[in-house]
Design a protein around this ligand. Structure first.
Ligand code: PEP
Ligand code: MN
Length: 338
């Protein structure tokens, strides 16, 4: 980290700053020029609060040289991390597709969709049991009963299940869940992330509605710093000024994440656009930019869906998308995993 010190600063202020930085266990190298003084800070600067330093009277500018995340950083782990859950594999050459309804509505619904998506080549089944809804009057999910129905669908099809946790108080109920999803709204629920970090279960960490890539990776770091290295990132669109789509899919995040971290990253084209007709083109584009997989909302009766019907595609449309993805995969050096 490099600090440029203001010209008019007092020696006493500078000495205080240097001894404070050293008290954090870091080394300081000082270069005094005619017009400015520069401090180079060496060591684990992830401990340093950049905003605090920037706010000091004597500091002109601060620049981080190394990223504030260590465990997720590709610099310290050059190989891709591959995360396995039953037959599903995320990362490396694998391309894994998670599919299913926004929310679990009944046994008939979830089992029927699970069978259909499995037939089309899905790797895992999604389905919300606890739903984060904007309105408290909207369908909140079948909650614990929904988790039981997901396990029935898993029993019938053998597909591992992916479902969202919203509260640490529900952890016990998620014992048999194969991949625990942290939704966009909870990406910075740090207490939840820390508890998930103590488990040995893959965590699907969605990007927050308005979070930067660095904030998102720092949330992965929260989970990893507690010991759970099995984090799968999921780009699901961010809030912009655009209203024709529900969110704006940040496709550039995919190759960037691959440079910055060794973690797998998948794309959710359903929440990114909010429109069923955009799911196919966004799925193909995501595959083309090197995503490690997709999570797609599929419903057997989208008009009657209790949640997110307008963005749910039908099983036949899902099957068509899978066929088209298989054509692209060799171009990006990946193989469909099922
Ligand atoms: C979901 O996957 O159904 C969901 C609520 O997603 P997000 O957290 O990305 O909005
Ligand atoms: Mn949804």
């Amino acid at each position: 980290m490099i600090l440029v010190i203001k010209n008019d600063s007092q020696k006493r202020q500078l000495d205080n700053l240097v001894s404070w930085i050293k008290s954090l266990g870091l080394n300081v190298y000082m270069s005094r020029g005619e017009n400015s003084t520069i401090l180079g800070i060496i060591g684990d600067t992830s401990l340093v609060d950049v905003d605090l330093i920037r706010s000091l009277d004597i500091v002109e500018t601060v620049k981080r040289i190394s990223e504030p995340y260590k465990k997720a950083n590709r610099k310290f782990h050059p190989d891709d991390t591959i995360i396995e859950s039953s037959s599903a594999r995320f990362g490396g050459k694998n391309f894994a597709v998670i599919a299913g309804p926004c929310s679990v509505e009944s046994e008939e619904q979830i089992v029927s969709i699970a069978r259909d998506v499995k037939k089309a080549g899905a790797t895992a089944l999604r389905g919300g049991a606890f739903k984060p809804r904007t309105s408290p009057y909207a369908f909140q999910g079948l909650r614990a009963d929904g988790l039981k129905l997901l396990l029935v669908a898993k029993e019938v099809t053998g597909l591992p299940i992916v479902t969202e946790i919203m509260s640490v108080t529900h952890l016990d109920l998620f014992r048999d869940v194969d991949i625990i999803q942290v939704g966009a709204r909870n990406m910075q629920n740090f207490e939840l992330l820390k508890e998930l970090g103590k488990l040995d279960v893959p965590i699907l960490l969605k990007r927050g509605l308005a979070n930067t890539i660095e904030e998102w990776i720092m949330s992965a770091e929260y989970i990893m710093s507690e010991g759970n290295a099995r984090v799968i990132l999921c780009e699901r669109g961010i809030r912009t000024f655009e209203h024709y789509t529900r969110n704006t899919l940040d496709l550039s995040a995919i190759p960037l994440i691959k440079e910055l971290t060794h973690l797998p990253v998948i794309v959710d084209p359903s929440h990114a656009s909010g429109l069923a007709r955009l799911v196919a083109p966004l799925s193909l584009a995501s595959t083309g930019v090197g995503a490690d997989g997709l999570i797609i909302e599929v419903h057997n009766n989208p008009e009657k869906a209790l949640c997110d019907g307008p963005q749910c595609i039908r099983p036949q449309q899902f099957s068509d998308i899978m066929d088209r993805i298989r054509v692209i995969l060799p171009l990006v050096n990946k193989e469909m995993c099922f």
